[in-house]
Design a binder for this molecule. Structure first.
Ligand SMILES: NC(=O)c1ccc[n+]([C@@H]2O[C@H](COP(=O)([O-])OP(=O)(O)OC[C@H]3O[C@@H](n4cnc5c(N)ncnc54)[C@H](O)[C@@H]3O)[C@@H](O)[C@H]2O)c1
Length: 317
C-alpha cells in the first residue's frame, strides 16, 4: 500500500511513518520543515516539504496514494497562542488536504482527531454518540477538521475516518519532538531535572492515558479494516486505553517509577489544600466500535512511564 503521512516528522506522525514502513508499505511524508536530528532520516526517505494552508504546496502529493494518515496540525498550546492560525491549519489545512486526496482517488483518509473535541469530561460515559462540546481552540478546530471529513465522504468515493485518541504519552522517535507538554512526559523530564513533580492544580481531573504505541495500533486498525460503516459518511472512532486515572495518581506513579529509574527520591508537590479537593468522578472513554474491528490496547501505564523515564535519562534530561 502507498501511504502518505502528513505531519510525519511530528511526534505521532513519525511513529506512524516508521510503523507503516516496518510493515512494508511505501511511505511518503509531508511536513512543514525538519529539525536537525531528522536530516539523516529525511535524506533516506520520500519527504515532501510544504504548508497545508496553501493548496499549491499540495499539488501532486496524493497521486498514486492509497491511504492518507493526516497527522499535521497545531497542538493545544499553539492553537491557544494563535487561534487564527489554528483555524487555518487544523480546519482549512484539513480541507485542503482531503480535497486533494479525493481528487487523486485516494481510497481512505484517516484524520487524527482527538478526545478534546468532547470538551470537559467528568463522570461521563463517552462513546462516539456523546455530544462534542469542545472547550479550547484546539478542540474547536479539530472538530472543524472532522466536519470537512464528513463533507468529502459525502461528496466523493473517499472513505474518511475520524479517530479520536485519548491523552497520549511515550518516548518520541526524534529528540526534537514537541511532546513535553504531555503530562506523563513532562512529569518524567521534570523529575529528572529537579527531583520534583510540581502540579499547578490539585490534580483531581481524570484522564484516559494512551501509550503512543496503542494510538499507532488504533491507526493501523482503521487503515486495515475492510469495512468502516455506512458509505458516504465519515466513520468516527474513539481510541482509549480503558484507564480513568487522576492527574495526581499518575504523578504519584511517575514519582515512584522515576525514583527507581533515576536512583533518587522524587516528590510530588501540589498547591496547598489540594488533599481536600475530591477526585472528579470517573470517565468511561468507550472504544467499543474500534474494539469490534480488532483493536485492543496494550497500555501498561507503569511500564510506559518507565520507558519515558529511561528515554529522558538517555538524553541526560
Ligand atoms: N500526541 C498525542 O498524544 C495526540 C493525541 C490525540 C490526537 N493527536 C493528534 O495527532 C496529530 C499529531 O499530533 P502530534 O502530537 O504528532 O503533533 P506534533 O505537533 O508533534 O506534529 C504535528 C506536525 O504537523 C506539522 N505541521 C504543523 N503545521 C503544518 C502546516 N501548516 N503544514 C504542514 N505541516 C504542518 C508540524 O511540523 C509537525 O511535524 C494531531 O492532529 C493531534 O491533534 C495527538
Amino acid at each position: 500500500m502507498r501511504v502518505l503521512v502528513s505531519g510525519g516528522l511530528g511526534y505521532l506522525g513519525a511513529h506512524v511513518a516508521r510503523r507503516f514502513e516496518e510493515r512494508g508499505d511505501a511511505v511518503r511524508v509531508f511536513d512543514r520543515s525538519a529539525h536537525e536530528d531528522q536530516a539523516g532520516w529525511v535524506a533516506d526517505h520520500d519527504v515532501i516539504f510544504g504548508d497545508l494552508t496553501a493548496p499549491a504546496w499540495l499539488a501532486g502529493i496524493c497521486e498514486g496514494v492509497d491511504l492518507v494518515v493526516h497527522a499535521a496540525a497545531l497542538n493545544q498550546q499553539a492553537c491557544a497562542a494563535d487561534p487564527q492560525l489554528a483555524v487555518r491549519v487544523n480546519a482549512l489545512g484539513t480541507r485542503n488536504l482531503i480535497a486533494k486526496a479525493a481528487e487523486a482517488g485516494v481510497r481512505r483518509f484517516v484524520y487524527l482527531s482527538t478526545i478534546h473535541v468532547y470538551g470537559r469530561l467528568a463522570g461521563a460515559t463517552v462513546d462516539e454518540t456523546y455530544p462534542p462540546r469542545p472547550a479550547t481552540d484546539y478542540g474547536v478546530t479539530k472538530l472543524a477538521g472532522e466536519g470537512y471529513c464528513q463533507v468529502f465522504a459525502a461528496a466523493s468515493a473517499l472513505q474518511a475516518v475520524c479517530l479520536r485518541p485519548a491523552n497520549g504519552f511515550g518516548p518520541p522517535v526524534f529528540a526534537s519532538a514537541d511532546c513535553w507538554m504531555l503530562a506523563v512526559n513532562d512529569f518524567c523530564r521534570t523529575a529528572y531535572r529537579t527531583g520534583e513533580i510540581v502540579l499547578n492544580s490539585p490534580g483531581n481531573q481524570r484522564r484516559d492515558f494512551l501509550a503512543l504505541a496503542d494510538t499507532v495500533r488504533a491507526i493501523e486498525t482503521v487503515a486495515d479494516a475492510p469495512e468502516l460503516g455506512a458509505v458516504g459518511v465519515a466513520a468516527v472512532f474513539n481510541a482509549g486505553a480503558g484507564l480513568s486515572l487522576t492527574i495526581r495518581e499518575v504523578a504519584r506513579m511517575a514519582a515512584e517509577v522515576c525514583g527507581e529509574v533515576y536512583g533518587r527520591p522524587v516528590r510530588v508537590v501540589a498547591p496547598p489544600g489540594s488533599e481536600n479537593v475530591p477526585d472528579d468522578p470517573a470517565v468511561d472513554y468507550r472504544f467499543d466500535r474500534l474494539a469490534a474491528l480488532g483493536y485492543e490496547p496494550a497500555t501498561d501505564l507503569r511500564a510506559g512511564i518507565r520507558s519515558v523515564a529511561e528515554y529522558v535519562a538517555s538524553l541526560g534530561g
